[in-house]
Design a protein around this ligand. Structure first.
Ligand code: ADP
Length: 488
């Protein structure tokens, strides 16, 4: 007899392909299918944003709350693509167009504390058995937007299932004024150092890290880094005290969405053995971004949020090196206004050498991976990073800062790794334009040696970046939690 499926309730504020602002959505969208293959049944609770409700049109309500964080709410259940979903239909909280966190004025929605506390609270209600037909064995909350969930379990009636919180980026913590405690439905007793209190305020992520039964983050190196003061961002002390419950599990990528052999978003599909076809994507990318159709140039791609974290201010300083090496830049990104305008002016001063698309464009992201010779990720910190994994799969050689998940996923083309035939990219010390310039020079030199470069490409394309291995690690944690076994 096969063991009964383990039931997991995942709770998150975004999931590809319905709503995505970054890697969190990729993970939440892809992990359930990999878990299903390992005998875990996942249902994912999302806020009922317009795009989510549209995908669940006609779905049956399975629960209702007449008064829920300032209005009536319902829980809808249904399937959208490969995901079994619950949507928290609460128009007073989520019926807003555009970015899930930010209003039209560019500032966070003023009621974000209530919007995401409601998400966590709905998850806690389902966890405790609000739905007779489906009750999870384990709850999995992602990032600060869901991280209040263990607090609702801890300060509510028992019994409740055990929980795991995943940190996708410790830089986003969700801190709100203490005065909101009652409106979040939390008791006074929760406002304590071993509860939700964080430097005199309410810390959503802090609460989750304090109260979850297990904590995961998205790479082994980041799991170590966040226990130190620099990357710990105020939470390193707490993470050190919980280090026995903290696990670093690398992300995978959805190998069906990111597959150069079948990808309909690129100009020409290709297999590792037919790399000559890749050139058609290179030309298509050059045309799309009005770059010179220069066959010999090292074409460096970037697909990124434009923010301090991603180190793209450093790349601006390195543009002279890039031009000296005869390289071209194809950048797809959006974010900080200062960086957007700096890149716009770089593109207008260097027509044909700097190609730019400011904005969010899923199709172009695929074309950059399929057409660029190298993909640059110069982050100051990077919990896991997904674009370098996609690059491996598409034969774009990653040039990455040696930090977080970038350090864990790319094998630097040093002498030893080249001799052993295992190198997949170029690594450099993070946070310095001088080091980034050196890395660009090194990449250009490697690119001149066709045999070495194509070995880097092949090694990358043969690397396993799927969810299969990471999913097994999550399953192990879920099973231990469900059986009340220790985690280490
Ligand atoms: P983060 O989550 O910190 O933004 P990740 O590397 O983990 O960084 O994930 C970024 C995801 O968002 C990748 O799937 C990447 O392809 C995508 N992405 C980032 N910027 C853009 C953009 N401007 N257009 C399309 N996709 C983008």
């Amino acid at each position: 007899m096969t063991a009964p499926a383990l039931r997991v309730l995942a709770v998150a504020s975004e999931a590809y392909p319905l709503v995505k602002t970054g890697g969190l959505a990729d993970v939440v969208g892809a992990l359930p299918a990999a878990l299903a293959a390992a005998g875990v049944e996942t249902r994912t609770l999302l806020p009922g944003y317009p795009a989510v409700l549209k995908a669940l049109a006609g779905a049956a309500p399975v629960n209702a709350w007449p008064a829920f964080f300032g209005g009536a709410a319902r829980l809808l259940a249904g399937r959208a693509g490969a995901l079994d979903l619950f949507a928290l239909d609460a128009p007073h909280l989520y019926d807003r167009p555009g970015n899930p966190y930010i209003g039209p004025d560019g500032a966070d929605w003023p009621d974000n504390a209530l919007r995401f506390a409601a998400l966590a609270r709905a998850g806690a209600d389902v966890a405790r058995g609000a739905l007779a037909a489906w009750r999870p064995d384990v709850v999995h909350a992602h990032d600060w937007q869901a991280a209040l969930l263990p607090a609702y379990l801890r300060y509510g009636p028992t019994p409740a299932p055990r929980s795991v919180v995943t940190v996708h980026n410790l830089a986003f913590q969700g801190q709100f004024p203490r005065a909101l405690l009652a409106s979040l439905g939390l008791p006074e007793a929760s406002f304590a150092i071993d509860g939700v209190e964080y430097y005199g305020a309410i810390g959503f992520l802090k609460a989750g890290l304090q109260l979850a039964d297990a904590i995961t983050t998205v790479s082994p190196t980041y799991a170590l880094e966040i226990q130190g003061p620099e990357a710990g961002m105020g939470l390193d002390g707490l993470l050190r005290t919980r280090s026995g419950a903290l696990h670093g599990i690398l992300n995978g990528v959805d190998v069906d969405v990111w597959n150069p052999q079948t990808d309909r978003r690129i100009a020409a599909t290709y297999a590792p053995r037919a790399m000559r076809r890749r050139v058609q994507n290179r030309t298509a990318l050059q045309r799309r971004l009005r770059l010179e159709e220069d066959d010999g140039a090292l074409l460096i791609g970037v697909v990124s949020r434009l923010s301090w974290q991603k180190g793209l201010d450093l790349l601006l300083e390195c543009l002279p090196t890039l031009f000296e090496e005869g390289a071209q830049l194809a950048l797809l990104g959006a974010g900080d206004a200062d960086l957007e305008s700096a890149y716009r002016s770089a593109a207008s001063s260097h027509p044909g050498r700097v190609g730019l698309f400011i904005g969010y464009d899923e199709d172009l992201a695929h074309l950059v991976q399929a057409g660029a010779d190298a993909l640059l990720v110069p982050s100051r910190f990077e919990p896991c990073g997904l674009t370098q994994l996609c690059a491996l799969r598409y034969g774009a050689v990653p040039i990455v800062a040696r930090v977080g998940g970038l350090a864990d996923t790319i094998v630097d083309a040093n002498e030893m790794a080249l001799a052993a035939g295992v190198a997949t990219g170029v690594q450099f010390a993070p946070g310095s334009a001088a080091r980034l310039s050196d890395a660009l020079r090194r990449a250009a030199a490697l690119h001149c040696d066709r045999a070495v470069w194509s070995r880097l490409q092949t090694n990358g394309m043969n690397a396993d970046v799927s969810w299969t291995r990471p999913a097994r690690r999550y399953v192990e944690i879920y099973r231990r939690l469900a059986r009340n076994e220790p985690l280490t």
